[in-house]
Ligand binder design. Structure first.
Ligand code: AGP
Length: 594
């Protein structure tokens, strides 16, 4: 997830691009760079760090330029890995957002043909491919280039001899800002709002040419197309949140894309995670907070798919636990990669002689330096304090790790692995279906907002989802909530059930379904209002006072879908109560003290 800005017009690009990038900083901020057409050549300036670290005065005055702010995926944050990139001739400069899955083989071929590379990124191959494909027309060169790319991209390019900007998109956002005697390109609307409110949203497969007074677009088949110009009446602040009132809601809605990116990045990227070199007979998962809940779900996922026994520990407890003479392969999960308890646990695990794998969202974060292996979630920056899309993508990585382990241990057949991967690929669409129910969930949340205590119950793999639902509600709505295995309420918590105590019951059609319905019946008999979440089912609906339907999904993958319902419950309940949703009281996004 990176930020892209392009400008062609009559003003100097320097301030326009830097200001635009600043507005996109929420998309990534580990390095920044600008390329401008400077007379008959390209001038390039790029640097590790924030946009403010770019020496602004060194950017030449020009009316055509492109800029980028990076959130690293391939290659650590550094001056060399910062965008833009140049081809060998220095005439073509490109910026890219997305992931090029087949870049390794493209790069090898390009090196064989004499191209020299300056970075570790997947993106640089695009500049070199364009150089090979350029025969006088940049649109033509870009069209030929994207034909060989697999993955996702928003690409913007300039040439030292042409007064134009060309761009292409597929599965990564890119908008055109249509101005008066000037035109712009950006990954998101906030970057162009100072210049124009007229926007064309490009579609997957589109290629575009921008001159200062016109815009031409071609579709994926190369046919000229018109894309409707829409006028956005957002303020800058609205636009930074994608038109949502809170980052949390924006991030909830980014989940289909985040799942897609995490699958795409990992299915190929896993070639680099060679688990075969480790002896893995048992696994310990360690984390805090929401990441701990992902670890708990991970236990079910890994045991079911690979048959490897797992245990889960809170990072703050692990460090002080007895040192038994066993060396499980240890997986540490942390969105930020900076949580002090998790870092201390990673050090302790290595000290005890365990081999470690870190799963984090932040490239080069401290956790990555404490572990033997790293896998990145592809959620992009998460700004809301409440973890949403990062929990979802942690689960995606755990499914993929489990599939690798299952294949490695031969407990999973190749056919079954493909069935699981197909189900993973369906998930973005299924999450969309839940998001379409937002209005219904909002209405139900008005009832929850009146409660003082709320229970969340689930069984099996959805028990930890109940814990996560309760945590989210406590965190942002400030309502006391507790998650339980549904079969456990009768061993004590039943004493708390009244007709003012809503119970959110996760009734998923897995092998515990009938038992779950039995538990829901017991709760109903105590008079508590029951909010069911599960597939359409007459029996469940009879028992529940309210019901949110989820689409049919393999039970093993249901946590992703069910959890989105619970995120929306928490959000709308907090909203109803007027809470400070993105910055809940007493909390911080990253907890760097033990
Ligand atoms: C969840 O909404 C919280 N913000 C919190 O529990 C968080 O998951 C926890 O502090 C761990 O953070 P990490 O994933 O960055 O290590």
């Amino acid at each position: 997830m990176c930020g892209i800005v392009g400008y062609i017009g009559t003003d100097s690009v320097r301030d326009i691009i830097l200001k635009g990038l600043k507005r996109l900083e929420y998309r990534g901020y580990d390095s920044a760079g600008v390329a401008v057409k400077d007379g008959g050549q390209i001038s390039l300036l790029k640097k590790k760090g924030r946009i403010e670290d770019l020496p602004k005065d060194e950017i030449p005055g020009s009316n055509i330029g492109i800029g980028h702010t990076r959130w690293a995926t391939h290659g650590k944050p550094s001056d060399e890995n910062a965008h833009p990139f140049l081809d060998c001739s220095g005439n073509i400069s490109i910026i890219h957002n997305g992931i090029i899955d087949n870049f390794v083989s493209i790069k090898e071929d390009l090196i064989e043909r004499g191209h020299q590379f300056t970075s570790e990124t997947d993106s640089e191959v695009i500049a070199h491919l364009m150089e090979e494909n350029y025969e006088g027309d940049m649109v033509d060169a870009l069209q030929k280039t994207v034909e060989v790319l697999e993955g996702s991209y928003a690409i913007v390019a300039i040439h030292s001899k042409h007064d134009e900007i060309v761009a292409a998109r597929d599965q990564s956002p890119l908008v055109v800002g249509v101005g008066d005697g000037e035109n712009l390109l950006a990954s998101d609307v906030p970057a162009i709002l100072d210049h124009t409110q007229d926007v064309k949203y490009l579609q997957d497969g589109d290629i575009v040419r921008l001159k200062k007074d016109f815009v031409e677009i071609w579709d994926m088949d190369g046919n000229p197309v018109e894309r409707e110009t829409k006028t956005v009446d957002w303020t800058i602040e609205d636009a930074e949140k994608g038109g949502y009132e809170h980052y949390m809601m924006k991030e909830i809605h980014e989940q289909p894309q985040a799942i897609h990116d995490s699958i795409l990045g990992r299915l190929k990227g896993f070639e680099k995670l060679d688990l075969k070199k480790y002896r893995i007979d048992s696994i310990r998962l360690i984390a805090c907070g929401t990441s701990f809940h992902a670890a708990l779900v991970g236990k079910y996922i890994i045991e079911e798919i690979s048959g490897i026994p797992c245990m889960v520990e809170m990072a703050s407890e692990y460090r002080y636990s007895s040192r038994l003479s066993e060396y499980p392969f240890t997986i540490l999960l942390s969105q930020s990669g900076e949580t002090a308890d998790t870092l201390a646990a990673a050090k302790e695990a290595s000290h005890r002689g365990c081999k470690t794998l870190g799963i984090t969202n932040v490239l080069d974060s401290s956790l990555t330096r404490e572990v033997d292996e790293v896998v990145y979630t592809q959620a992009g920056p998460e700004i809301g304090v409440a973890a949403t899309k990062t929990f979802t993508t942690q689960l995606i990585v755990l499914y993929l790790v489990a599939i690798e382990l299952g294949l490695m241990k031969r407990t999973l057949s190749v056919d079954k692995a493909e069935t699981y991967r197909d189900e993973l690929r369906r998930l973005p669409r299924l999450v969309e279906k839940i998001l379409d129910k937002s209005e219904d969930i909002k209405e139900l949340s008005k009832i929850l907002a009146a409660a003082e205590d709320i229970f969340f119950v689930g069984r099996n793999i959805n028990y930890p989802v109940a814990l996560e639902g309760a945590l989210k509600l406590k965190e942002i709505a400030y309502i006391h909530a507790a998650g339980y295995p549904a079969g456990e309420l009768k061993h004590g918590p039943f004493a708390l059930l009244t007709d003012d105590t809503p119970v959110i019951s996760l009734c998923i059609k897995d092998n515990t379904f009938q038992k779950m319905l039995g538990n829901v019946g017991e709760i109903a008999a105590r008079g508590s209002p029951i909010f069911g979440v599960g597939e359409k089912d007459k029996e469940t609906e009879k028992l529940c006072d309210y019901h949110v339907h989820i689409p049919e999904v393999l039970p093993l993958f249901s946590p992703i879908i069910v959890n989105v319902v619970l995120q929306l419950f928490a959000y709308y309940t907090a909203y109803e109560l007027g809470r400070d949703i993105d910055k809940p009281r007493n909390l911080a996004k990253s907890v760097t003290v033990e």
